[in-house]
Design a protein around this ligand. Structure first.
Ligand SMILES: C[S@@+](CC[C@H](N)C(=O)[O-])C[C@H]1O[C@@H](n2cnc3c(N)ncnc32)[C@H](O)[C@@H]1O
Length: 223
């Protein structure tokens, strides 16, 4: 589906407390240092227009949310949503989330990772751009502690099955729990913008929650 360009953001809006560039973060990055008070941290990979990070951080103030979005315009859009309401428990990083997870985050530092409707990259020669790769899933297992959770939702069944197979191969996740859809009660009652588009088009969505098991990760940061 084609994407519209992000909306204009009020230039007077101060994004400095809600947006930072991946290029500017230290290595390793202790994500707790990004927030003013300690709380479990959940990472969203590919925040798009920011519906999830905005609504989840509002609904769950006792959790800190970090969004990673590679597209600068969308990262600014998400940060603007958070800045407009002065969200203290959510901020955005603009940059490649796969490098954030693989190269920058220390072991067991997140409570959950959310990956909603990752770009499918249909063409064979583009497959290597998929976020949910074997390497990403190994590192997702590394940065999640036992009891943490990886959430994967997509409208592409083949990508869903491939991701579950990669996750199983890491041996770091318990069997995936299939998450059922529930009827939306209003127009913003969707987890993400792409979920809304997909469901309004009558297309299926595949959803899984993968609990992190208690096996130690063998991969090291940056590998
Ligand atoms: C299909 S959109 C889905 C957006 C949102 N999750 C939703 O469900 O509405 C995929 C998003 O992932 C972002 N993205 C793709 N690769 C990324 C990466 N390596 N790191 C961070 N964001 C990425 C894209 O820019 C885009 O905003």
């Amino acid at each position: 589906m084609p994407r519209r360009p992000p909306k204009k953001i009020d230039p007077a809006l101060d994004l400095s407390r809600h947006l930072l560039a991946l290029a500017d973060v230290p290595e390793p990055l202790d994500p707790a240092t990004l927030f003013s008070r300690p709380a479990p941290i959940e990472l969203e990979v590919g925040s798009g227009k920011g519906l999830f990070i905005d609504t989840a951080s509002l609904a769950r103030p006792a959790t800190n949310f970090l969004g990673a979005e590679i597209a600068a315009g969308y990262a600014r859009l998400c940060a603007a949503r958070l800045a407009r309401r002065g969200a203290a428990n959510a901020r955005m990083i603009q940059g490649d989330a796969t490098w954030l997870v693989r190269g920058l985050l220390p072991d067991a530092c997140l409570a959950a990772i959310h990956v909603y409707f990752p770009d499918p990259w249909w063409k064979a020669r583009h497959r290597k751009r998929r976020v949910l790769s074997e390497t990403f899933l190994r590192h997702a297992g590394r940065v999640l502690p036992a009891g943490g959770a990886l959430h994967v939702w997509t409208d592409v069944e083949e990508y869903f099955e491939e991701s579950l197979a990669f996750a199983a191969a890491t041996e770091l996740f318990a069997d995936p729990q299939v998450v059922a859809a529930r009827p939306a009660e209003h127009d913003l009652d969707y987890r993400t913008h792409f979920e809304r588009r997909t469901r309004l088009a009558g297309a299926p969505v595949w959803r899984a929650l993968l609990p992190r098991n208690d096996r130690p990760a063998t991969v090291t940061r940056g590998a």
